[in-house]
Structure formats: C-alpha cells, structure tokens
Ligand binder design. Sequence first.
Ligand code: JSK
Length: 447
Amino acid sequence: MTTIQFPKDLKWGAATAAYQIEGAANKGGRRPSIWDTFSHTPGNVKNGDNGDEACDSYHRYEEDVQILKELGVDVYRFSISWPRVMKDDEGTLNPEGIAYYRTLIQSLITEGIEPIITLYHWDLPQTLQDIGGWENRETVNAFQTYAEAMFREFGDSVKKWITINEPWCASFLSNYIGVHAPGKQDLQAGIDVAHHLLLAHGRAVESFRGMVPDGEIGYAPNADWLEPYSNSQEDIDACKRDMQWKIEWFMDPVFKGEYPALLQDIFAKHNAYVKVEEGDLETISQPIDFMGINYYSGSIARHKKDNGLFDVEAIWDGYDKTDIGWPVYPEGFYNLLTHIHQLYGDVPIYITENGACYNHEVENGMVNDQERIDYLKQHLTALHRAIKSGVPIKGYILWSLMDNFEWAEGYSKRFGIVHVNYRTFERTKKESYYWYQKVTHNNWFEL
Ligand SMILES: N=NNCCOCCOc1ccc(-c2cn(C[C@@H]3NC[C@@H](O)[C@H]3O)nn2)cc1
C-alpha cells in the first residue's frame, strides 16, 4: 500500500457559505440579498429552491461546531452574510447579526478550531443591487464600510480573512453568462463587476492593514484547467484564452498591477473595455498574505471557431463525471497549481475549495459515498505532488462540510461530507466524513 504523507504544518479544513447553509433568511434582522431575489424568481433555480431555510445552520450552529470538532479540522471557513450584519449600506450594524457570528466564532475557538471568514460569498444586499450593484462604484465604498465594521467587531479573534470568493463567478458567471444572481447577460457589466470586486478587495486589504495588524488577508479565485487536445497552436491558444479569463484576469491585477492585454484585446472586439480609474490598480495590487484557490474540475479542450468568447470547446467525453456532470480531472489540479506558481512565484496558497458532488442518500443510517472518497484521494494525491514540486500550499479546505444550497442547482446537488435532510435538517456523517477525519488526524492517507 502507498501512503501519501503531508507536511506536518499543513492546515486541514472544511468550508461553507452563509446563504448556502444558514437559512433564517427573514430572521434576526437579516435583509434580502440578490440571491433571495434571484432564487425567488421563477425559473432561476432548479426545482424553485431557495435559501429561506437551507440547512438551518443559523439555529443549529452548535451541532455543526461539534461535527467540525469531531472531524478534527484545524480551520473552518465560513462566510458572513453582509445583509445579516448591516442594517443599511451606510455602516449601521444589526446587533442580532453581530451576536450570531460572535457566538459562532467563540464556539469555534473554544473547540480549538481557527475561523477563516469570507467577507463576500455572493449575497450582496439587494438595496445595493437596486442602485446597480457591483456595476456601481458606490458598492465598493459600501463593501469597504462593511469590511471595516467586521474587522472592528471580529478582528480581535479572527486572524485569517478572505475578501472575495470566486470573483469570476460573482462577475462573469453572474452578469455575462447569467446563470447566477443577478442573472444579467452583458459582457461590459461582467467586466465592470469584476473590476469593482477587485477594487473592493484592495480597499478591504488597505483597511485591514491598519485594523488587524497581526492578521492575514487574501482572496479566493476559482479556476479550472484546460489541457490542449493537440499540440496545434490553435488548440494551445484556445485553452490559454479561456484559462486567462479565470486566472490572469483576476490574478495579474493583484500580483502585477495590470490586466492581461490578450483578453483586453478580445473584449475590445466585443466593444467591452475595463474602465480603470487613477489609483485603482495601485489599490488592487497591494501585497496580500495568501491566495485561496478553488478547484473542482477541468478537461482537454480544443479550438472551435465562433464558439463563445474564446473559440474554445471543452471535451468532456470519456471522463468519469461527478453527479453535477463535471469531469473528474485531478491532473488539472496539479497543472493549475504549478502553473500559478510559475506565474506568480511563492505566494502562499490555501486550497479554499475542492470537493465533489455525489448525491447519495441515507441508507440504514449511513451514506456510502465511496466515489467522493475516491475523488478526494485523487485530488489530494495531486495536491501532494504539487507540494513536492515546491508549490507553497499552506492548507486544504474541503468543499463542503455539509450538503447545502448549490446556487442555481438548488438542493439537487450534494457536495457535503455530511448529508442534510432538508425536511428535518438531520445531519448524517457520510463515509467520506470518516475518511477525511482520519486524514485530518493522521496527516496522511493510504492510496
Ligand atoms: N466557463 N464557462 N462556462 C459556461 C457555462 O457555465 C455554466 C455554469 O458554469 C458554472 C461554473 C462554475 C460553477 C461553480 C460552482 N462552484 C461551487 C461553488 N463554489 C463556491 C461555493 O459556494 C460552491 O457552492 N464552483 N464553481 C458553477 C457553474
């Protein structure tokens, strides 16, 4: 048997996000977010699902903290619901919301689990969307006000912070492709939102340096990996264009202080331009302490003329697929991490999301999700290979602790290592939970 042994200081974690697990959407003074509006609009979310109740973690957080404690993780990554903690967009706190997160944070620390807070995990207050949302530069100011309030309230006990989760999803998937909230299909809107998300990231980092001097802050881009189908320049260039859309478009501004020219030229062909104001890139590119990487899947891909923005076509035939239909592609994880290391050097990296959708149900009190264990083994092996290649990986945070509201897929797609019964909210630890529990305790696993 082969064992995969990780560095002793690697942090093990699990992740969730507010709108996906909390529920209590209209309780405790929470205001509506764009995902409340989007999910309550017929046709946007599978089966008409919404986050009104979700996993009811707002009321069941004590049980969830115990599940985390038994899991043996070092860190728990969760997000703060902006509309739950801010009464308005001018900085007025909602005491009930603040109290909820203070209790959650203290519960985690009491159990020896380090909290990692994500400030923006897509649940923008609807009141800001009503003035244009992230397309409006005013939302950047409101985000900085919110971030400063959170640093003031929780910076004494929380030392690791993530500004923006998956800016590609929150900008292009949501405002150009249109499958996530607010559901626009406008390339210029996607570019404007992406720029303002990066600017909001930079503003929060600026505030953080003065307010939490002993803390660490980063952000969490997502990327997949596209491997050229052939060594033709056409296929190589097609893959490069699509990957730049997730990697360079969101990392060059932060680490190089510029947007990639290749994509700016492509966007210009569609009369879409990034509108950078004086000082924006200086704000965006100030140093951060780590980068989160969210990876799920990838595939080979090839040039296909007039296909989408980048004349590229992913080829998913022949791959094992998860239950959300994405190829199982662990080599892409290794390729992505070493590629990012080559591009940006020794920026410390946390894997802030990696996991798989398998929709097993409870049978005789257990959930046999061997496919998820196999996915995790393959991807942790790829991670181990990347670490051995010199990529500075500081932690692995599994998506997700529990089944939850998977955005436009609703509750039809289960990513958790803990099963959730959405009628009773009963939690059932899956076989993958027990497998991961051994990894977090031993820091190695057997292939
Ligand atoms: N590339 N072009 N696509 C064109 C067609 O896209 C159609 C749909 O696309 C996508 C792409 C990506 C995702 C996605 C979901 N998660 C999982 C969540 N991560 C944050 C956390 O909350 C998890 O729930 N990560 N990524 C969904 C849909």
